[in-house]
Design a protein around this ligand. Structure first.
Ligand SMILES: CC(C)(COP(=O)(O)OP(=O)(O)OC[C@H]1O[C@@H](n2cnc3c(N)ncnc32)[C@H](O)[C@@H]1OP(=O)(O)O)[C@@H](O)C(=O)NCCC(=O)NCCS
Length: 264
């Protein structure tokens, strides 16, 4: 359910978060999802949540800085859980929300949020890494230009090989943020950029028979150069899977996130 004004939410985030999503990012990473419900008051604090199967997911929680430590965050978590339980949730999660997420989990430096969730009964689970690639001198752009692929080809490729990445890759194709490599069997690898957050790279995927054989390197390099040409000085690899393909193009440590869960 889309029941929130992206501008008011973005203004709250700009006041209250260290990494505030823009109104456009909030819309495409959160509010376009019809499952998302936003509760609270954008003047003070909000929680955005969604049911994913039987898992109730908290995708954004933010309380304005002057209003903190008055119990508002605790109340928002309780309201989200109550809504999600009524919708059918049998457990809860913060983070791990592909294909629509603003962060892959809770940034480990957000100790207040981690403490709030700990107090609410959540246990910390797996880590998710965002890597950073400085763009002042990326490896040379491949001589071969990025391959032209249609949105329909991308959707069909994803349905065959990587269904859970279809939403992000198709969105990238529609937004002009997709680079591709092809071979005699069709699409060999795809790299998406600027899909959920501006300046983010991901997902990146090779056809299963090519995994580990460097097929993703050319689309990744084309994406890095596109971000550089657009004026960015750094790219953020979102929720990195294998590390070696990114280390090979100059990736450095970025941000670490943790996914939290609670039984219903
Ligand atoms: C985390 C956040 C939502 C807490 O909101 P809040 O209204 O201040 O929280 P509450 O007053 O309900 O706190 C409830 C409990 O959480 C814990 N807590 C919250 N903030 C804390 C902090 N800074 N340090 C230690 N414990 C904290 C405490 O146990 C607290 O209970 P207490 O005040 O009785 O000790 C708020 O600080 C915030 O918006 N931070 C940024 C969140 C963020 O990064 N969001 C993006 C990812 S989703």
């Amino acid at each position: 359910m889309i029941d929130a004004d992206a501008g008011a939410l973005a203004a709250l985030c700009a006041r209250a978060l260290n990494d505030p999503p823009t109104a456009d990012e909030l819309t495409r990473a959160l509010l376009v999802d019809p499952a998302v419900r936003v509760l609270g008051d954008p003047g003070v604090g909000v929680v955005a949540c969604a049911l994913d199967g039987t898992v109730g997911s908290i995708r954004l929680i933010v309380v304005d800085r002057p209003a903190r430590r008055r119990g508002i965050g605790r109340t928002l978590v309780h309201e989200a859980e109550t809504h999600l339980r009524q919708a059918g949730a049998t457990s809860f999660r913060v983070g791990g929300d592909a294909p629509r997420y603003l962060w892959p989990g809770v940034d480990v430096t957000e100790l207040g949020l981690l403490a709030l969730l700990e107090a609410a009964g959540y246990a910390r689970g797996e880590a998710a890494l965002n890597l950073e690639v400085p763009l002042h001198a990326p490896p040379p752009v491949p001589a071969e230009p990025p391959a032209e692929v249609t949105g329909d080809e991308v959707a069909a490729w994803c349905r065959t090989h990587w269904p859970h990445w279809e939403v992000e890759f198709v969105a990238a194709a529609e937004r002009g943020g997709l680079t591709a490599a092809v071979d005699e069997h069709g699409i060999a690898a795809l790299c998406a950029r600027d899909v959920l957050r501006d300046g983010w790279i991901g997902p990146v995927a090779s056809r299963p028979d090519l995994v580990g054989r460097g097929a993703g390197r050319a689309p990744l390099l084309h994406a890095l150069h596109a971000l550089r040409v657009a004026g960015r000085t750094r790219a953020e690899i979102a929720w990195a899977g294998p590390l070696r393909p990114y280390l090979a193009v100059g990736a450095r440590p970025g941000r670490t996130f943790v996914v939290l869960r609670k039984a219903g």
